[in-house]
Design a protein around this ligand. Structure first.
Ligand code: 2PG
Ligand code: MG
Length: 404
């Protein structure tokens, strides 16, 4: 592993047109890695801060004195580089240098490491025991609501969960669900203008149950037509409509017990196989109840509750309240921290689902992480250049296994 000779940081824009950063890491061998950091809209309260107070310009101002000198001359191995990023910041949530600065540098350094040794990022991050030729299901956001859409349902994401073993089939089926939903909306709202949300899913004036009906019908139609299984899924992002101890939907308000019952009823009625953040981020016991009720047949995935942090997982004790954890590098800052969380989850027998952010970039490295982590799913949008970049990279990895 050769030493880092240069790190550059610059302003770029994400898919929402919001400012973020991109890093270039160069090593003595001449290897170069370039990566940008995505940003969320429905962020958990314990996430790394994307940028210091003052935003991207403050991060760019601090970088030359505070971050860059700590990295120059350092051996480009992951733990060392990422430890230097922590030293440069000195806080628990990266609010001094910015979690997105840490993420962009950490991923760019890993890409350079791979290049230097002739390996793909997937091989750099592959966890012990993850078999070659195993691919994640597509967790494809098809219809948007919540904070990712204006005028849609309260639930943030209506998802095509597409678990076919090869990306060639899973990607095709998930995209077919998106198209099928579009056709259903055109039939339902003839002549009306229809839009797409932040992650490329459809937006329409539907109730939660109406949206679930359309999603479920689309999944059935695609399974019948393509003979590839695809199931409905949800990311409720329930913290977003939880206030004063109650879940406040547009049509009704329920308490925690009511929320658990409602979600369990939806899982049974619609055959939901992927269920993320069904309760608010501090509702551990209700989450455990949901898992007890439906976890035998459904991935119950914690996002805001864990924010990809190993310590948040460990403090729950030996038994986790969900059977799966969402993994987003920029929630925790560095790749090394992310790997620690993935390894802890695997040790506990929890599934991992590796995820994009709602404000993302046309880069494909997420697919390498999802495969290398042995994740049960790669969560991504389905339409828009920044979403398709991840699907296409997964297809490239699929083709490279020789399984085609
Ligand atoms: C989520 C994500 C990604 P955001 O809640 O899981 O879909 O959204 O990036 O806005 O946190
Ligand atoms: Mg989520």
């Amino acid at each position: 592993m050769s030493a880092i000779t240069d790190v550059a940081l610059r302003l770029i824009y994400d898919s929402r047109g919001k400012e973020t950063v991109e890093a270039t890491v160069t090593t003595r061998s001449g290897a170069i890695g370039v990566a940008g950091a995505p940003s969320g809209a429905s962020t958990g309260s314990h996430e790394a801060r994307a940028f210091p107070p003052g935003g991207v310009s403050a991060a760019l101002e601090r970088f030359p004195q505070r971050v860059r000198p700590r990295l120059i001359g350092v051996d480009n191995d992951g733990p060392t580089v990422d430890a230097r990023l922590h030293d440069a910041d000195g806080t628990d949530d990266f609010h001094e240098i910015g979690g997105n600065v840490a993420t962009a540098i950490s991923i760019a350094a890993a890409l350079a490491r791979g290049r230097e040794s002739g390996r793909s990022l997937l091989e750099v991050v592959r966890r012990p025991g993850v078999p070659h030729g195993r691919f994640p299901a597509i967790v494809g956001n098809s219809l948007n609501g919540g904070r990712h859409a204006v005028g849609g349902p309260d639930i943030q994401e209506f998802i095509a969960f597409s678990p076919a073993p090869h990306p060639r089939d899973s990607v095709r089926a998930a995209l077919a669900v998106h198209a099928e939903i579009g056709a259903a909306l055109v039939r339902r709202f003839p002549g009306a203008a229809l839009g797409r949300g932040d992650e490329g899913g459809w937006v329409a004036p539907l109730s939660n149950v109406e949206a679930l009906e359309i999603l479920t019908d689309a999944c059935h139609a695609v399974t019948d037509r393509l003979h590839v299984e695809v199931h409905p899924g949800l990311d409720l992002a329930a913290s977003e409509f939880f206030r004063d101890g109650r879940y406040r939907y547009k049509e009704r308000t329920v308490d925690s017990e009511g929320q658990v019952a409602l979600v369990a009823e939806w899982v049974d009625r619609f055959g939901i196989r992927y269920l993320e953040d069904p309760v608010a981020e501090e509702e551990y016991e209700p989450l455990a109840e949901v898992t007890r009720a439906v976890g035998g047949k459904t991935l119950v995935v914690g996002d805001d509750i864990y924010v990809s942090r190993r310590d948040r997982l460990v403090r729950m004790g030996e038994t986790s309240p969900s059977n799966a954890i969402l993994i987003k590098v920029n929630q925790v800052g560095t790749l090394t921290d992310t790997l620690a969380t993935v390894d802890e989850a695997r040790r506990r027998g929890m599934a991992t689902v590796t995820s994009h952010r709602s404000g993302d970039l046309p880069e494909g490295w997420l697919a390498h992480l999802a495969v290398g982590f042995g994740s049960a799913g790669m969560k991504c949008g389905l339409l828009g250049g920044e979403r398709v970049a991840k699907l296409n990279e997964l297809l490239r990895l699929g083709a490279a296994t020789g399984a085609d």
